[in-house]
Structures are given as C-alpha cells and as structure tokens.
Write a protein that binds this ligand. Structure first.
Ligand code: MLT
Length: 322
C-alpha cells in the first residue's frame, strides 16, 4: 500500500509543473465570504470579468457568507491547491487571527497570497429618517440611545463590524450589533428603517447616498472623496481615530504551485489596468491597487504588517468586539 501511495505522490508531483504550465484549463471560482449584493461581492464581480479576459477562461463568483467571513475562508482553506478555487477577502484576514481563538482552519498558514486588489474607504450612514443632522448630532444621539441603537454589520471579522467596534470604543458607548451574512442584506434592513446605523464600504453605500436613500455623516479616510465631495472626513468632524481603509486581496490555498499563483497575479494585474474596472472603482469611491502591490510578495508583507497593527487595537477594544 505504501509503494502505491509513494508512486501516486511521485506522479502527482511530476504532473504539478505540467498542470501549472497549462493553467487554467477550466472554470476558476472566486469565493466571496459574504452574501451577494455587498461590497466584497461588488469587487469580486468587477475583477472576475476582467481576469477572465486575461486568463481566457470563465471566472465565476461564489458567495459563501456567514460568521464574519470565516465560513467562506474555510471553504478555500480546504479546497484543492490547484488554482481553481481562490478567495477574495479583505482586512478581515488581518483581524480574524486576533478576534477568533478557535477556527476550523489556520487563518494565516492555510493561504497563499496572490496580490492586493483595492483599498476601499468606509462611510458612517444611518436610515434616511434619522433625526441626526450632523456627525456631532449623531454622536449625541448614540450617547443618549446606547444599547437601543441597532448597528448593522456582517459579523465578527467583517469590515463593518471592525468600524462599528472602533466607533463604540472611541465613544465608550456599547450599541446593539445586528449581524447579517453580508452588508448587502444589512443595507436592505437599513433602507427599510429596521436598523439605525451602519459603517460600510463606499462600494456598497455610494449609490444609496447619491440617491438620498440613506443619511451619510462622514468618510473614514484622511481626504474627502471625489465620489462623495460633500461628505466630511471623520477628522473634519472631530473623530480622527475613526480611520479605517478596507484593503482587499486574493488568496489561493497553501501549496498551490508557484507558477499558478504567478499566473493569477498576472491576471489580477491586467484586471486592475482594465478601463472598466478603473472607471467603476472611481464611481464607487475607490481605485485599483498599483501593479507592484498586486504581487504575492507585496500582499504578504502588507498582510503580516496589518495583523501586527490591528492586534493591540482589537485587544484594547475587545469588549466591543460583538
Ligand atoms: C464586511 O466586511 O462588512 C463586508 O464587506 C460585508 C460584505 O461584503 O457584505
């Protein structure tokens, strides 16, 4: 039996480089660890079209939401390391290692980074009939309303939850978190007035803000956005520490052949130069990462630095990590 296992291992090792040279020969799946219709889904669908053009293969998006993005990440962590199942995730890949003490996968070593995709700003928004006319009014309302504030997010590890945790920590005021499988479904509840507040990415909020379907109070980046020129920054409204940009990256399962990772990185870099991608990102308040950051090396360096950066912040704010 051992001889047969060794023979199979030797043959598959010999086959790996050949497979890598012809990769991709069938559909590539990008797993999004949040529900359809949210910001992560929007980014995935945009780059998948452009990557398909470069790869000469269909690239499909599969939504696997729940548990703050860890269910979808686990799906890819356990996928065959052949480049046909990859993960699009965001800053959660840097916060989940601190936020979760037990996971069914190794949140760092189960993945091979492919490249960074886009750094997305966040917006503090509320239901459109909210009484607060300004960020200052909103803070006063939160302080007065406390646990009766329904704050939507996408679960522990989500960008929306991270921003909500920071807001509660900076105000030292606990609110009631209402988790969803993504901020697509959370936005539906906000539009219906069934939750009060959310901190969500511009890739999901810009069009609702422009349509007047939600109230917006601030953007969480140092400079105002060309896509939302009338929205003040959190620094302008007196809360400079509510500063968070949601970076996104593509990941393959560990042990995916280097040549496959390199081919995927090249397809990602081509997608980030695609005019339609650039234009749509700009409409949604973001932009593509430069080609030199859409590489495995740059992605890994940024990812490791972000894990180290957020660990102390999350440990300090952990009473709000709902
Ligand atoms: C989040 O982390 O809040 C996600 O971006 C939500 C989503 O993509 O649905």
């Amino acid at each position: 039996m051992i001889r047969r296992t060794l023979l199979v291992a030797a043959l598959s090792a010999l086959a790996a480089p050949a497979q890598a040279q012809t990769y991709p020969t069938r559909i590539v799946t990008i797993v999004v660890p949040f529900a359809a219709g949210g910001p992560t889904d929007a980014v995935a669908r945009l780059i998948s079209e452009a990557m398909a053009k470069d790869l000469g293969q269909t690239v499909v998006v599969e939504n696997a939401g729940g548990a703050g993005g860890t269910i979808g990440a686990d799906r890819v962590a356990k996928a065959r390391p052949d480049g046909y199942t990859i993960l699009l995730h965001h800053i959660g890949m840097a916060t989940i290692p601190t936020l979760y003490r037990r996971l069914p996968y190794d949140p760092v070593n189960a993945f091979a980074p492919i490249g960074l995709v886009t750094p997305v700003p966040m917006t503090v928004i509320a239901r459109k009939d909210h009484p607060a006319a300004s960020f200052t009014d909103l803070i006063a309302w939160i302080r007065a309303t406390k646990e009766n504030v329904n704050l939507g997010n996408a679960g522990l590890g989500a960008a929306s939850q991270l921003c909500g945790t920071l807001l509660q920590y900076l105000l030292q005021t606990p609110m009631t978190a209402v988790p969803f499988r993504g901020t697509g479904p959370a936005m539906t509840e906000l539009l219906g007035g069934r939750i009060d507040l959310m901190c969500d990415q511009t890739t999901n909020t810009t069009e609702q803000i422009r349509a007047g379907a939600v109230k917006v109070y601030a953007v969480t980046v140092p400079e105002r956005l060309a896509a939302l020129p009338d929205v003040p920054t959190t620094a302008e409204v007196g809360m400079p520490d509510l500063a968070v940009t949601i970076w996104h990256g593509l990941y393959a399962p560990r042990n995916t052949p280097e040549a496959v990772i390199a081919r995927l990185s090249r397809a990602l870099q081509a997608a980030l130069k695609d005019e339609k991608v650039i234009g749509r990102f700009a409409e949604l308040g973001t932009m593509p990462e430069p080609a030199e950051r859409a590489t495995p090396e740059a992605h890994r360096a940024h990812w490791m630095a972000e894990i180290a950066k957020w660990r102390p912040v999350l440990q300090a704010a952990n009473q709000y990590a709902d």
